[in-house]
Design a protein around this ligand. Structure first.
Ligand code: NAD
Length: 310
C-alpha cells in the first residue's frame, strides 16, 4: 500500500508519523511546494521509521512521484493564526486545492484512488476537490468532525469517568464554528446518555451540555493560542480514517463527503460507514428539533461559502 501526502507542514508531518505508526502502509511519499521542507521531513521520518515498522519514506520533487498511490492525503494550505476562523482561509486554500487536485488526478488511477482532505475550511474544500477531481463522492473524504467527535468524547469521558471507547456521541455538520453536538442520539455503553447519568447519579444539565459543546467548538482556538497550531489530534484522526479504509473496517465515522447535485450539492459530516470503497452509507442520526435546525443552519453556512469560490 503506497500513500502520498501533499503538504508536509505541521499537519502533514504529524499525519506521516501517525500513518507510519499504523504499520498498514509500506510506502509513504511526501510532496510539498517547499521541496527542502519535504526532503527534511522525509529524512527525519525515515530515521524514526527505523525504530518501528518497515516503511519506505521519501520526498518527491514533482507529482509524477505520487504515481501508484492508493490514497492521497491533502494537508497543504494556510493554517489558522490566533483568532482567525477556518472560513477566513477560504480563498487562499481554494487556490491551493485548485492547484493540487488537477496535478494529482493526472498521476493516479482514477478508478481506485481515494483522496482524503484535511485542508480547511474542510467541508468547502471537500466540495471543491470532488468537483475538480470528478471522482465519485464516496472516494473524496474529509476527516470532517472526526476530530470534533474525539474532542467531545474526551470531555465526556472526564465528566462521566468512563472510557472514550464506551461513549458513542457524535459531532456533526461543519468542521467549524457551526458544528452540532447530537445529544439526542448519545449513548454510553448500551444506555442512553440520560439513563447512564441517572444510574450513575451524574448531573448533566443543559447548561453543562452547552458549555461542553462550546469547548468542543473552541478547542482548536485554545490549542492554537497555546502551541501555535494543532497537529496531534488531526494526525491521529487521519491515520484512523486511513486504517479504516485500508482494512475495509466498515466503521461508522463522522466524515465529510458530498451528497446531492447542483444547488443541493453539499459536504458536511454525518455518521457514515467507511471501508475499502470509501464511504458506503450515510446514517441519518436521531436529532431534536433544535439540533435539526442547527444542522440545517450549518449546511447553509458551508454552501454559502462554497458558492463564493466557484
Ligand atoms: P503549515 O503552514 O505548517 O503547512 C502547510 C504546508 O502546505 C506548507 O509546507 C506549504 O509549503 C504547503 N503548501 C501550501 N500550498 C501548497 C501547494 N499549492 N502545493 C503543495 N504544498 C503546498 O500548515 P499546517 O498547520 O500543516 O496546516 C495545513 C492545513 O491543515 C491548514 O489548512 C489547516 O487549517 C488544516 N488543518 C486541518 C485540521 C482538520 O481537522 N481538518 C486540523 C488542523 C489543521
Amino acid at each position: 500500500m503506497k500513500i502520498a501526502i501533499i503538504g508536509v507542514g505541521t499537519v502533514g508531518s504529524a499525519v506521516a508519523t501517525a500513518v507510519k505508526n499504523t504499520g498498514c502502509v509500506h510506502e509513504i511519499v511526501l510532496f510539498d511546494r517547499d521541496g527542502i521542507r519535504a526532503r527534511a521531513a522525509a529524512e527525519d521520518l525515515g530515521h524514526a521509521a527505523s525504530f518501528g515498522f518497515d516503511v519506505k519514506i521519501s520526498a518527491v520533487n514533482n507529482y509524477r512521484g505520487i504515481r501508484g498511490s492508493d490514497i492521497v492525503i491533502i494537508a497543504a494550505g494556510a493554517n489558522q493564526k490566533p483568532s482567525e476562523t477556518r472560513m477566513d482561509l477560504l480563498n487562499k486554500n481554494a487556490d491551493v486545492i485548485k492547484d493540487i487536485i488537477p496535478r494529482v488526478m493526472v498521476n493516479v488511477d482514477a478508478k481506485n484512488v481515494k483522496i482524503i482532505i484535511l485542508t480547511n475550511p474542510l467541508d468547502v474544500m471537500v466540495m471543491l476537490a470532488t468537483k475538480l477531481s470528478k471522482l465519485p463522492a464516496a472516494r473524496v473524504i474529509g476527516t470532517g468532525t472526526m476530530l470534533d467527535t474525539a474532542r467531545l468524547r474526551t470531555i465526556l469521558s472526564r465528566q462521566l469517568d468512563v472510557s472514550t471507547q464506551s461513549i458513542n456521541a457524535y459531532v456533526i455538520g461543519e468542521h467549524g464554528d457551526s458544528s452540532v453536538v447530537d445529544w439526542t442520539a448519545a449513548t454510553v455503553g448500551a444506555l442512553s446518555l440520560d439513563d447512564f447519568c441517572k444510574q450513575m447519579k451524574i448531573s448533566l444539565p443543559e447548561t453543562t451540555r452547552n458549555t461542553i459543546a462550546h469547548r468542543v467548538r473552541n478547542a482548536a482556538y485554545e490549542i492554537i493560542r497555546g502551541r501555535g497550531a494543532t497537529w496531534d489530534g488531526i494526525g491521529a484522526a487521519a491515520a484512523d480514517l486511513l486504517r479504516c479504509i485500508i482494512n475495509d473496517e466498515h466503521r461508522i465515522l463522522t466524515v465529510s463527503t458530498v451528497t446531492g447535485t447542483g444547488n443541493d450539492m453539499l459536504a458536511m459530516s454525518l455518521p457514515r460507514i467507511v471501508g475499502a470503497n470509501g464511504v458506503t452509507a450515510t446514517l441519518r442520526p436521531k436529532l431534536s428539533a433544535t439540533e435539526s435546525s442547527a444542522l440545517r443552519r450549518s449546511g447553509k453556512i458551508i454552501r454559502k461559502h462554497y458558492d463564493e469560490i466557484i
